[in-house]
Write a protein that binds this ligand. Structure first.
Ligand SMILES: [Zn+2]
Length: 438
């Protein structure tokens, strides 16, 4: 929300199509004077495009600002002057192949034998543009296209996986990522969703210039029914100075835990904590596995699942290269089979810090990290633990929070799942996006 000053925040309850509707200017046709100036202004980059001859192109590889100018009849003395005057705002050497640029010519210049443009506009990315005035008073400035956030809601019922449900409903996969990795990472195992689990979300989509879809910005609130449990999540900023935003349930409990669920991202659990494990290589004898194995390619960063002090960083026997971290009097974690250790004994690490890379040193059949978790000196299954909450909401904020979520929760509760399972119907994309009730 740092862009707040620069953008118009539009909380509009709409279906997916209404944001693409043309904005038509209302004209009073009974008034003749108005009727005479019916030609609409067409603003782009802050210019009324109707006043110019517009030439659009993209930077080709090998193109330079000088060459583009020369092709458009601006000679070298002028190019140097432009470069000199504008250098504090924009470095003309930083044109990237493939990025669009626009040249504006005055309409009068159509009479010239060698017309040259008045303005050069370059778009280094989707949102920003640089305007260089090429004539008379040479100048340059950077500006930003207007950004609009549109609030939307969606529901879904799980048939096989969340990504399949989203795909069938024409919804962005980012919603799955947001729910699985950011909101419910500690409370729901998305690899074990069940048929019939269902969700509702209130989220914001981002648009540049009202038309270019720039993806999901934020999930404001969510509701997930998993295994008969109902899990609410409300986004809330607990520290506006540091910009700390977390998700809390309806009782102001933080959904994040003091420990990450996994020390590697995008991994697959290849072997769980299992005291009765039997494996072929050991003749199917019981060989308890007291760790959780996360398979991931060699070199994948391994993160500290919680903040703490490194108490061991070494290589030893079957463990291979490993790191052990003491988090507090109760908890200690260990990460085995690394290809590289990136911390030393005595280092203090924060949750999410990269402490090493996945490898296959020691006793291992394939690249993975064996994650071991101690509680009061006993190795336990981290997935079976009631792990401590991350930062709980302060008492003073709690009242404010409960007040803040009241209308949002009401909205969530008022979104209804469609009676007929939408997954089996076709062309339901727009209907499934419930229109907000406000
Ligand atoms: Zn293991």
């Amino acid at each position: 929300m740092r862009l707040k000053q620069l953008i118009t925040f539009a909380v509009i309850a709409v279906s997916i199509y209404s944001c693409k509707e043309d904005k038509t200017t209302e004209i009073d046709f009974e008034n003749e004077e108005v009727n005479n100036v019916v030609e609409e202004k067409k603003l782009e980059f802050g210019f009324d495009i109707n006043d110019y001859i517009v030439q659009r192109d993209t930077i080709k590889s090998g193109d330079s600002f000088g060459e583009i100018m020369q092709r458009n009849n601006i000679g070298y003395p002028n190019i140097f002057k432009i470069a000199e005057v504008t250098k504090d705002t924009f470095d003309i050497r930083k044109l990237h192949p493939g990025r669009p640029y626009t040249l504006l010519y005055s309409k009068a210049s159509a009479q010239d034998s060698l017309p040259s443009p008045e303005t050069f506009i370059y778009q280094p990315n989707q949102e920003e543009y640089v305007v260089i005035g090429l004539k008379d008073s040479i100048h340059a400035y950077t500006s930003r296209k207007p950004i609009t956030y549109v609030e939307k809601t969606a529901t879904g019922v799980i048939e096989s996986s969340i990504s399949k449900t989203l795909e069938e409903k024409g919804l962005s996969q980012r919603l799955a990522y947001k729910m699985a990795d950011e909101i419910y990472a500690w409370t729901i195992d998305f690899r074990r969703l069940q048929k019939g689990d269902r969700f509702k979300v209130i989220y914001t989509d981002k648009y540049i210039d009202d038309t270019i879809y720039a993806g999901i910005q934020d999930v404001k609130a969510a509701y997930f029914e998993h295994n008969g449990d109902s899990l609410y999540a409300f986004q809330y900023e607990t520290d506006s100075i540091k910009g700390i935003v977390d998700y809390f349930n309806e009782d102001a409990k933080n959904l994040r835990r003091a420990f990450l669920k996994a020390p590697v991202q995008f991994s697959r659990i290849s072997s769980r904590y299992n005291l009765k494990r039997r494996i072929a290589v050991y003749g199917y004898k019981v060989r308890a596995h007291r760790g959780t194995d996360f398979a991931a390619p060699i070199g994948t960063p391994i993160m500290a699942t919680a903040s703490g002090t490194v108490i061991e960083s070494t290589r030893r026997g079957g463990n291979g290269k490993y790191v052990k971290i003491r988090h507090n009097d109760t908890y200690t974690t260990q990460y085995l089979h690394m290809s590289k250790r990136l911390v030393q004994k005595g280092d203090f690490v924060k949750q999410g810090d990269i402490i090493g890379k996945v490898g296959m040193t020691g006793n291992t059949g394939g690249p993975h990290v064996c994650y071991r978790f101690w509680k009061n000196g006993v190795q336990v299954d981290p997935f079976k633990q009631k792990l401590p909450e991350a930062k709980p909401i302060s008492d003073s904020l709690k009242v404010e929070f409960l007040d803040h979520i009241k209308p949002i929760k009401q909205r969530l509760d008022n979104i209804f799942f469609l009676e007929a399972d939408p997954i089996h119907e076709e062309n339901t994309i727009t209907e499934d996006l419930n229109t907000d009730i406000q």
